[in-house]
Design a protein around this ligand. Sequence first.
Ligand code: ACO
Length: 427
Amino acid sequence: MMSNATLSIGGTNVEMPVLSGSIGPDVVDIRKLYAQTGAFTFDPGFMSTASCESSITYIDGDEGVLLHRGYPIGQLAEQSSFLEVCYLLLNGDLPRQDEYANFTRTITRHTMVHEQLSTFYRGFRRDAHPMAVMCGVVGALSAFYHDSTDIADPEQRRIASHRLIAKMPTIAAMAYKYSVGQPFIYPDNRLSYSGNFLKMTFGVPAEEYEVNPAIERAMDRIFILHADHEQNASTSTVRLAGSSGANPFACIAAGIACLWGPAHGGANEAALNMLREIGRPERIPEYLARAKDKNDPFRLMGFGHRVYKNYDPRATVMQQTLREVFEALKINDPVFEVALQLEEMALNDPYFIEKKLFPNVDFYSGVILSAVGFPTEMFTVLFALARTVGWVAQWNEMISDPAQKIGRPRQLYTGPTQRDYVPLNQR
Ligand code: ACO
């Protein structure tokens, strides 16, 4: 039901429509506010601002709910596959069997990258951070696949989306191979999406690579858990970059750049380092005390979230996946026991209860990825690989919207007012 909100400003009352989505908070439509009043709204960090309309992903942070096109993340992680989730995010509904088979075939057939793309890697120092390499190489895709960059053509947008999803594992694995000085491994289209990625990352030409089904499943789940997350910083970056009509591959490179930051994609590395530093369950109370101490900058990494004020539903699946990986690899690492006990103690501690601090997706993911054999610098790369589908789905949704406009925020200016230029020799 449509209602209005009234804002009183400078003695004038302005009526603004209140819009309701299918679920979630209503939004006050302030689009005409400036024209009617000459005032902007001020919301750095987007604490109260919906930046767009979207029908892809829904989060209820208070209840700990994450839905993709209406499907709970737990059900998708348990029963679906990453490629099926990709189809769902891109197309809006789960595929029928024939649609799934076609989609899988299409993605599988796009896994190779232009041979010349490999020369890009050689331009980087060996010790370059793989996220730096990802930014460069993914941006460079625009120069190689120019035939899919007319963003006004839905078919070209679809092809660009497929290319990105298909090639990202190849590009990510090549970034890893380059960093360790091993030859690039070509994709093997007999394998699943995750199995193929594992082979391209950990295989070597001198030996047969056997995909461990438990690890393959774990990777697939980790990809599902990271596939999309509504209007987070990197997704908003992709949307903003894309709103000017920019090249899709360049837009995804912008998303990768944003994801690289420690406040976004880098927290799982920090969580793993913290668990290793704690080392033994006996030391947990000491670290809990530090996390609660206002005078100590230490925070419990992998705990707390801007949106989730309840258990992050992805953390539940991560904990289960961690168990499965440790069992499959017969790992007996004290870090797991530290993680479990730390979680339990924090969840029963009044400080964490009162501030609604729960484990987030990063609390367990670093431990799993490290057990599988990924160095910490690769963690964010894996996140980027999985989030690519969310980025392209959101980008495509934006471009398809007839009401789409270039994103152009305004500001509260606090700099000097107009003043006259003083020549250099008179200053
Ligand atoms: N350990 C101890 N105290 C914490 C923690 C934590 N991990 N997180 C928040 N708090 C406390 C803060 O000190 C603050 O206390 P105060 O109200 O007494 O000042 C209160 O809880 C609220 O914290 P904010 O930082 O204001 O909350 P915000 O929503 O801005 O931050 C964030 C969320 C950045 C995730 C924060 O919880 C944090 O730093 N967590 C650790 C890092 C982490 O795990 N990041 C991953 C996020 S998930 C992702 O990006 C995929």
